[in-house]
Design a protein around this ligand. Structure first.
Ligand code: ATP
Ligand code: FE2
Length: 337
């Protein structure tokens, strides 16, 4: 504290499909971001197309944010990694040019750590185990010393990518997670008290790690053999979420921590939120579930982490501001918590 530079921070997010800008005020409190998500009519996210989308839209996003925010920008934070290189580069370029024009500090931040920090801020939890479930990432993370350590993670695809791909082969456009959720909920309404009989799928938990591609293939075959799509969506969610929550629970048991925090786009899912809450209740711990706008990729979470760095007098020199698509959660030293 006592940092003269500490004021409102602008945050720029561009790791994948979403370009978003958001702010925190001088106290580090976030406001809703302005975001634009690439939604291809068919197929998945192509890195080059997403980068073009970000470059086309960034000026409008900035204009819209400035029209609602009266805060004076005193630093600019951006996602330095991990993510898709062409997309990251757009955000970094925009951040460099705004910081240089305004002559304010530039701060490159770790996207995964930003998901944790916005959750801690929003849910007022102190030392949680984070179940980070997004498109590209599925990790169970907890702080040990001065790092957020990855205690368990997917050994193949991220849970969101798996859901998006299953949705896509069944005719649902990106993002598929919310569409699967809707079909599953509609099926459940027509089939209260469902049984898993005939709907079993493989369940791949390996100690603290997870795999989702076997689950995807089995679900795909189940639909091909004629099982109703809504029933398969329901079973797919039940299996994928139960496996993820099981690993998170093991992490709580091993670390002796009591707070479980959800983050990442898949954390928007109501059924997953329910399962995590139930697990915390059973263990007499506490579940922390941020508002959905702070679970998906958003500029405000980048601003929040930039603000935390700035509080510790940490900023990024222009020559160190190259993006790092492979940046790992545990590469960032935690100086603030
Ligand atoms: P990261 O870079 O952290 O991996 P990301 O690029 O995947 O993030 P997010 O916005 O964190 O971006 O997450 C997007 C994912 O969240 C998509 O796979 C999408 O299908 C999934 N998702 C969004 N809402 C829901 C929902 N209600 N149920 C399940 N999945 C959802
Ligand atoms: Fe993300």
């Amino acid at each position: 504290m006592g940092n003269d530079m500490l004021g409102a921070v602008l945050g720029i997010e561009s790791t994948a499909h979403t370009f978003s800008m958001g702010m925190v005020n001088s106290e580090g409190v976030p406001t809703p971001s302005v975001s634009s998500m690439l939604q291809p009519k068919e197929g998945g996210i192509h890195p080059r197309e997403a980068a073009d989308h970000h470059a086309d839209i960034c000026e409008n996003v900035l204009q819209e944010l400035l029209s609602k925010e009266e805060l004076k920008i005193s630093a600019v934070a951006f996602s330095q990694g991990p993510g898709l290189a062409p997309c990251l580069r757009v955000g970094a370029s925009v951040a460099r040019s705004i910081a240089t024009t305004l002559d304010v500090p530039l701060i490159g931040v770790n996207h995964c750590v930003a998901h944790i920090e916005i959750g801690r801020e929003q849910c007022n939890c102190d030392d949680p185990v984070l179940l980070y479930v997004s498109g590209g990432n599925t990790q169970v993370i907890s702080r040990v010393g001065d790092r957020y350590r990855v205690l368990g993670e997917t050994l193949d695809v991220g849970i969101g990518n798996m859901l998006d791909k299953f949705a896509r082969i069944n005719g649902m456009a990106f993002p598929g997670g919310p569409k699967i959720e809707k079909l599953a909920a509609e099926w459940l309404e027509k089939n209260p008290n469902p049984s898993m009989e005939g709907l079993e799928l493989p369940y791949a938990v390996h100690g603290m790690d997870l795999q989702y591609s076997g689950l995807y293939t089995a679900a795909k075959h189940m639909v091909e053999k004629g099982t109703e799509l809504g029933a398969v969506c329901w079973s797919l969610q039940e299996h994928a979420f139960a496996a993820s929550v099981e690993v998170a629970e093991r992490a709580l048991a091993h670390t002796g921590k009591t707070e479980i925090l959800l983050g990442g786009g898949v954390a928007c899912n109501t059924r997953l939120r329910e399962m995590v809450t139930q697990m915390a209740e059973d263990r007499e711990g506490s579940a922390h579930v941020p508002d959905r706008m702070f679970c998906v990729d958003n500029g405000a979470m980048i601003a929040r982490l930039g603000w935390l760095h700035l509080k510790e007098n940490e900023q990024t020199a222009l020559e160190d501001s190259a993006v790092n698509p492979q940046l790992r959660t545990d590469q960032t030293v935690i100086t603030w918590a």
